[in-house]
Design a binder for this molecule. Structure first.
Ligand code: TRP
Length: 455
């Protein structure tokens, strides 16, 4: 039953390492360093972290494998991959709407992701101008507030980051960014280790460590579980076709299981390091762990402002953070661009202009939600909060569960086995069991408990 081997019209990775770099570049981003600490702080620490780790292992990794597998078999944008595979598996053509939801989710996430990346851009210059020197908690908060209360400034940084993103996407995913990221990501990792070392030397690590790892299950509300599960999708770039499209450029002989484990492992390590870099500073300076989206911007400058060489180290940190965000943002819009190219016959450049402008426009809503619209709330949430909740906590898990159902139930076992290329042994059986039963059930249970059906 040899199938004719397909390749994507958009090209292929040079090999296994290129894919790992690109997928890790997509996974490691603001989600690990900006979002993970602040949602952990808002949701009580230990138990939340434990539940997040459980989701990564039991849902995230299996779904990542499923996404890569579907992408490699379909060899097209998520919409056309789903349409093609549904046809091949004699399933309902409506499965292509799963691709649609992914394109929409990526586009909406990028609209606010770019605004936050803009904060990191602004902080490069603040760090290098020495604005953190001997700053205290109050000063760091004031500095942050002065940025987000200035919509013109935020809009300018958001614009710059969107242009950066679309420039890379226009040149195709295999541009020079891949090489830059392969140097800068280890750099980011090193600075995180250095910050953890700084906290150890200051004697502040203990409190942070307890907060991150001592589980107090009374704090694990159904809503916190939903946020932890949603974040396991967000941080691994799952549920919207980003990893699927990267999989579509993957050579046929690469092991999907091994590469998925490596990507998820690196991503988790960076998140935990970020937690250990930030929470000790929070507690040592009497800051509020639940300070919200500004958490890293209100804590790290305190450490940079006091350590020897902090101007350089702080500057480098924010530069590397911008690069991590950059290599993630390109994967958020790639599905939309690939689809505009495939289905609307657009040139890649034009597709980038169209999707970039649309994303930029929606991003203005997030810019304003930190100043003019900060009191404008729907369900108690600002525009930014609402967009984040809708995408990360609802669209991604829903997309992920449907991907698992497609890979586990709709696709013939034989097709999955052939594409996974891992042999017909216990490892394949375990994966198949996880995508068939565990992942969809877990998502449904967490959804139900969050809307109160299960209390
Ligand atoms: N994973 C990235 C981060 O943690 C964000 C991201 C990139 C993403 N591509 C994605 C999130 C696709 C969801 C889906 O910062």
């Amino acid at each position: 039953m040899a199938r004719k081997k397909r390749t994507s019209v958009h090209g292929q990775w040079s090999g296994r390492l290129a894919f790992i770099l690109a997928a890790t570049g997509s996974a490691v981003g603001l989600g690990n360093i900006w979002k993970f600490p602040y949602i952990t702080g808002e949701n009580g620490g230990g138990a939340f972290v434990l539940f997040y780790l459980l989701c990564v292992v039991s849902i995230g990794v299996p779904i990542m494998m499923a996404e890569v597998m579907l992408g490699r078999r379909g060899r097209a944008s998520p919409i056309n991959t789903m349409a093609r595979l549904a046809r091949e598996e004699h399933a309902h053509p409506a499965w292509r709407y799963l691709g649609w939801m992914g394109v929409l989710a990526g586009f909406l996430i990028l609209s606010y992701y770019s605004v936050i990346a803009g904060w990191a851009l602004a902080y490069i210059f603040r760090a290098m101008a020495g604005e953190f020197a001997a700053i205290d908690a109050e000063g760091a908060s004031r500095l942050f507030t002065s940025l987000v209360q200035d919509p013109v400034d935020l809009l300018a940084w958001h614009t710059i980051f969107m242009v950066m993103t679309m420039l890379v996407v226009a040149r195709g995913v295999r541009s020079g960014l891949e090489r830059a990221v392969s140097v800068l990501m280890p750099g980011l990792f090193l600075i995180l280790v250095l910050l953890v070392g700084y906290n150890i030397a200051q004697g502040d690590i203990v409190h942070g460590f307890h907060f991150l790892f001592d589980p107090d299950f009374s704090k694990l509300t159904p809503n916190a579980m939903l946020i932890a599960m949603g974040h396991s999708f967000f941080t691994l770039s799952l549920g919207m076709g980003a990893i699927m499209i990267y999989g579509s450029y993957l050579p046929d002989d690469v092991s999907i299981a091994r590469t998925s484990f490596m990507v998820a492992g690196a991503d988790t390590l960076v998140a935990l390091l970020a937690g250990l870099a930030i929470f000790p500073i929070v507690f040592a300076n009497g800051l509020e762990p639940g300070a919200g989206p500004g958490l890293i911007f209100q804590t790290l400058p305190i450490a940079f402002g006091r350590m020897a060489g902090g101007v350089v180290i702080g500057g480098l940190f924010f530069i590397m953070l911008v690069f991590a965000a950059w290599s993630s943002s390109i994967s958020l819009i790639e599905p939309a661009v690939a689809w505009l190219v495939e289905n609307h016959g657009m040139k890649r450049g034009k597709a980038c202009v169209v999707s970039g402008i649309a994303t930029w426009l929606v991003g203005i809503g997030t810019v304003l939600s930190f100043n003019y619209w900060s009191e404008l709330k729907l369900f108690g949430k600002t525009f930014f909060d609402l967009l984040d909740y809708l995408t990360a906590n609802i669209m991604l898990p829903l997309g992920g569960a449907l991907i698992a159902i497609f890979a586990g139930w709709v696709m013939r076992r034989r097709s999955a086995l052939e594409e996974m290329n891992m042999g017909d042994g216990a490892a394949f059986e375990l994966w198949h069991f996880l995508v068939r039963f565990v992942a969809p059930t877990a998502v449904i249970l967490v959804f139900l408990s969050a809307i109160g059906v299960l209390g």
